[in-house]
Ligand binder design. Structure first.
Ligand SMILES: [Zn+2]
Length: 284
């Protein structure tokens, strides 16, 4: 069933665990997450990366929101819909008008006061229609640039406290040794810093750059205030591998419309992986 992200994160916080938000670029990925959630009886979040609309054209904003709500209606498990990294008030308003009840205003490339100002403006507008807003403080950079080792990008607990208080944000993405994409070396989350941020704030905390962080570190982080965990790179990699496998297995299949069997094949390969992530990491 379709559920507000705010409610899913509230439950995660009460359970001292995290809901996984999977980047899904199309129907196959979204359907996989929804049915894995149902199979494992686990709340989950289907998440759009805006560039999949604006650059890769794998979907559209309104179509995506409607698609996820329809899929959510097919199952009993709580399914949230969220839009990842938007960078301006205008982009957020477009996302909200397309039907998203949960958005991310990423102002983390700005100085603290500018980030607070732009996020506060978004929060005030979003809350008028009950839309949930995730902000970011510190900066989650790029794993390929080893940004996860650059401690000057890490979130400062006192800045997080000020940011939450003044912006009114509903959840907070933080930088504690995590980064987007594929890590060059095994990342090491700064758990002490997480504890300090958790003590200084009251909103659910969010961990971006989830692909490649060892499970033992993730489980510790989830017990210390991380209530939403974004997974994209690894899931997209598994998708590519499944498509490659389908192509290899059907290379000599003479059926001219063999492509129509690809979505179900891919889902059958991806779903065990998604279920595994949920069973291992989500303790609702
Ligand atoms: Zn991110």
């Amino acid at each position: 069933m379709y559920e507000k992200v705010g409610n899913i994160l509230k439950t995660a916080k009460e359970s001292n665990t995290a809901a996984i938000a999977f980047i899904c670029m199309d129907y196959v990925m979204a359907r996989t997450v929804v049915y894995a959630a149902e199979a494992t009886n686990t709340p989950a979040i289907v998440m759009l990366f805006p560039e999949h609309v604006t650059i890769q054209h794998t979907t559209g904003f309104e179509k995506y929101a409607a698609m996820v709500k329809e899929l959510a209606g097919e199952v009993k498990a709580p399914i949230g819909l969220h839009c990842d990294h938007d960078y301006s008030y205008e982009a957020i308003m477009r996302t909200i008008s397309a039907g998203f009840g949960s958005v991310m205003m990423d102002g983390s490339m700005n100085d603290l006061d500018t980030n607070i100002a732009v996020t506060k403006k978004v929060v005030e507008a979003a809350h008028k229609t009950g839309v949930f807003v995730e902000g970011e403080i510190g900066h989650v950079g790029t794993a390929a640039d080893s940004d996860n080792d650059k401690t000057d990008l890490y979130t400062k607990p006192e800045a997080a406290e000020k940011f939450c208080k003044e912006s009114g944000v509903d959840s907070l993405a933080i930088s504690i040794g995590n980064a987007h994409g594929e890590y060059r070396d095994t990342p090491h989350l700064d758990i002490r810093r997480l504890e300090d941020i958790h003590a200084a704030t009251s909103v659910p905390l969010v961990l971006h750059g989830g692909s490649g962080i060892p499970d033992d570190q993730l489980l510790v982080a989830f017990s210390k205030g991380i209530n939403k965990f974004n997974l994209g790179t690894e899931f997209l990699g598994k998708y590519f591998q499944s498509v490659s496998d389908f192509a290899a297995e059907n290379a000599n299949n003479p059926d001219p419309v063999k492509i129509i069997n690809m979505p179900e094949y891919v889902q059958s390969k991806l779903q065990p992986y998604v279920e595994g992530r949920m069973r291992t990491l989500c303790k609702f």
